[in-house]
Design a protein around this ligand. Structure first.
Ligand SMILES: [Fe+2]
Length: 352
């Protein structure tokens, strides 16, 4: 009898546990079972809007999006180490130079999609269709309204003039945004002019490079420098900040699109490539096509203030206010081609 009771007492919680376990499994399989597959994304992007876009894609297709975030260089090294065993399907970067680097390292493959071929303008598509841009960004000059007169500055080259001695703040040259800017100058003007510009610019620094693009804008607003170079969407992001001090920064700086009377303003891209061993290739292509949909292109523009690559997409009020500008039409792969030499030049100039 005693042993029977023992068995019953032992049996009841076991049964309860079994029921609980079954419920958990049922719940898990319901939520997990909704997925018809997955796609693995290695991404250097760091914007909240991306997660919204991936969630919406999952909702519409049933394909789960798994994201690994790191810098493009780290992700490229990861792809190299993983080789054919890599789970990655898509590489997303914020720099054409890094996508070109991945292509040259044989880490990508052609994206066979009629939709993409039709949607993406040729200047935003790699000639072998291994990567493409889904947005582009302008690297503009931002200056203090109080301490710089608009007529004093027109081109990137002006930041190296003695006029701006001890007045320039810049992000580190280790970041791809600046490396690609220097690569573009190198492609247009050659190594000697680029070296001279870089030396002049570096001599004009009012402080050692540190922080991101937003920090440079804040430094100009705070009087730690008078002028800088930054991607335009960071101005809009500061204007929309929840912090009053960040919103105030925007009242103290103006942006201008450089080199409008000559080669145009340097642009870079946010783009994606299909990895060479993509295990979920079909799902990956669906996601890449989704990034080019009107809906997602509008999101990139309206919520993240990036320029859509598709014509006729609604622009954010900030993009509308800044208006049209002349773009440097240097083929984007050259940002990769000249990267190594650009890095050598900034190192020699002492731009840390
Ligand atoms: Fe950025």
């Amino acid at each position: 009898m005693r042993s029977k009771i023992k068995i019953c007492l032992f049996g009841t919680p076991t049964l309860l546990m079994a029921i609980c376990f079954s419920l958990v499994m049922l719940f898990t399989s319901c939520s997990g079972g909704d997925y018809i597959g997955e796609v693995n994304v290695y991404s250097h992007r760091h914007y909240p809007v991306d997660q919204e876009i991936f969630s919406k894609f999952t909702e519409e297709t049933g394909i789960k999006v798994n994201v690994v975030s790191a810098s493009a260089d780290e992700l490229i090294t990861k792809l190299e180490i993983e080789g054919s065993r890599s789970p990655a399907d898509i590489l997303i970067t914020v720099d054409a130079g890094r996508l070109e680097k991945a292509k040259q390292a044989n880490l990508l493959q052609p994206i066979l999609s009629e939709k993409l071929a039709q949607r993406v303008p040729s200047e935003f598509m790699d000639k072998d269709k291994q990567w493409f841009a889904f947005t582009y960004r302008a690297r503009a000059i931002a200056y203090s309204i109080e301490r710089v007169k608009p007529e004093e500055v027109k081109d990137y080259e002006d930041l190296a003039l003695p006029l701006f001695n001890d007045r320039v703040v810049m992000r580190s040259s280790e970041h791809t945004y600046n490396q690609s800017l220097v690569a573009s100058i190198l492609a247009h003007s050659g190594p000697d002019e680029t070296m001279n510009w870089c030396r002049g610019l570096t001599e004009n620094f009012s402080r050692a490079p540190r922080g991101n693009d937003r920090d440079q804008l804040k430094a100009v607003a705070a009087g730690q420098g008078d002028i800088t170079i930054c991607n335009t969407y960071y101005v809009a992001k500061l204007a929309e900040s929840a912090q009053a001090a960040e919103r105030e920064v925007v009242n103290k700086v103006r942006i201008l699109f450089p080199n409008q009377d000559n080669r145009g303003t340097h642009i870079n891209i946010s783009g994606a490539g299909l990895t060479r061993y993509a295990p979920n290739k079909d799902h990956a292509i669906l996601l890449l096509e989704y990034l080019l949909s009107d809906e997602v292109q509008t999101k990139f523009s309206v919520e993240n203030h990036e320029y859509p690559v598709i014509d006729g997409i609604e622009l954010s009020p900030w993009l509308q206010e800044w208006g049209e500008f002349k773009i440097d039409t240097l083929p984007l792969f050259k940002l990769g081609k000249y990267n190594e030499e650009a890095v050598r030049i900034v190192d020699q100039c002492g731009w840390m």
